[in-house]
Design a protein. Structure first.
Length: 119
């Protein structure tokens, strides 16, 4: 059973940086893409998450327009992790961040990791 476990969130000031890590269990990277998603304040956990960034099996990447130039997604196949480096964080980046597949059926969501950007 595939499981995604998120970590690395925290409280930062505007302009700060954080690096999130998604540990993938029960699956090794193949043709499916993996994405980072976020659930913004006020949304319940059963509501749709916004896709932030995703990485394909050939290491090509895509980003939500609002995070381009600030966020970088990468993966380490040896460690089976997907990371999200977030720089120049803004209050609107405050959210719970999750990872999951992109382009195939999703697996049950993990707990996510909270990112709070204070002004």
């Amino acid at each position: 059973q595939v499981q995604f476990v998120e970590s690395g969130g925290g409280l930062v000031q505007v302009g700060g940086s954080l690096k999130l890590t998604c540990t993938v269990r029960g699956w090794t990277f193949n043709r499916y893409a993996v994405g980072w998603y976020r659930l913004t304040p006020g949304k319940a956990r059963d509501q749709e998450r916004d896709l932030v960034a995703w990485i394909f099996s050939d290491d090509s990447t895509n980003y939500r327009e609002s995070v381009k130039g600030r966020f970088t997604i990468s993966r380490d196949t040896g460690k089976n992790i997907v990371e999200l480096q977030m720089n120049n964080l803004q209050p609107e980046d405050t959210a719970v961040y999750f990872c999951n597949f992109r382009g195939r059926e999703l697996v049950p969501w993990g707990q996510g990791t909270q990112v709070t950007v204070s002004s």
